[in-house]
Design a protein around this ligand. Sequence first.
Ligand code: ZN
Length: 386
Amino acid sequence: MTQNLFHTWLIFAALLFTTAVPQRALAQKGQKKPFTVVIDPGHGGIDPGAPGKRTKEKFVNMNVSKALGDMIKNEFPEVKVIYTRTTDVKIPLARRAAIANEAKADLFISIHSNASKSRKARGCETFTLGSGSSAEAKAAAMYENEVIRLEDNFEETYMGFDPKSSESYIIFELIRNHDMEKSIALAEAVQKGMVNSTKLHNRGVSSAGFLVLHKTVMPSILVEVGFISNPTEEKYIASKNGQKALAKGIFNGFASYYRNHKKSIKSQAGTTVAEKKAAEEKPSTAGKQKAATANKNSGKPVFKVQILTAGNKLKENDSRLKGVKASYYKENGMYKYTYGESCDYEFISKKRKEISAKFKEAFIVAFIDGKKVNTKEAIEIYKKQK
Ligand SMILES: [Zn+2]
């Protein structure tokens, strides 16, 4: 009896051991890289940025950046915050981007203050990378890109990029689609946050050819917190309260983006399991659904290949379209160009492969009754209706 009990215990202990070890190993294997955000306080060292009467741009950028990083660390301790600089030193633009790329960061946020010849120019603004949505946006990018002239060998590093020549800016016309969607979402959230937390004039979200954003390989934005050349605004952005309110606004934007990001990861994992189960258990429901939707075409997903995002409407013969006959839809103030259109996902999938020779980053988008929907979900609906 006792021996039997001992025996049982042994088996139990052995089981405990064999199951516990691999589970722990799995947990370690499943440990993901933390969500990483790189905060880039613009300028520094011999590069003061835009000069004000009271302060210099580099100091405003640093203070807002530090406050922002502190807020993120406080509220989301699981998020890794990396700064491109924490002291008053000059960092080349390419190096700032490289820090983010090497860290495999999930987001890149560059903090700057704006300046203009007109002392009346005012307001906060958030930029994504693009060919320039307005003359003012282009000027802002040119101004910020000028700093590369302070770098040794800048011609070599930036392969002949001349920050003052508009011809140089052609490289920004081809935008990486995937990052762009996320960059715009972040930019809009951050801009909304800043406008709500300060009383600054809302200059909105724009796109322009910022070199530092071009060199990063993750969703990235550049924030201009206000005009240092405007005396009233300089007073505000140089003040502790102003900087705190700006950081809070940018933080709120980040927080909303980050929460959405977490939600989408969760729901992606959730739907696949739930849907697999549903498909296994109730094959008859899928059949009924098929019959119901066959009667009417509405409610059916329509797939298209997105090839390009532009800040403004393109002419039919625009070189960026590379001779492709494309349609567009508008989203978040951007013109999104698509190629092909079909309810047949496999057909569009082939179209995407074809067009990827010309547009490497082409991807599939989906619409139901003219409204853009999540592509993954649309594919699931398509599979069920097939
Ligand atoms: Zn700047």
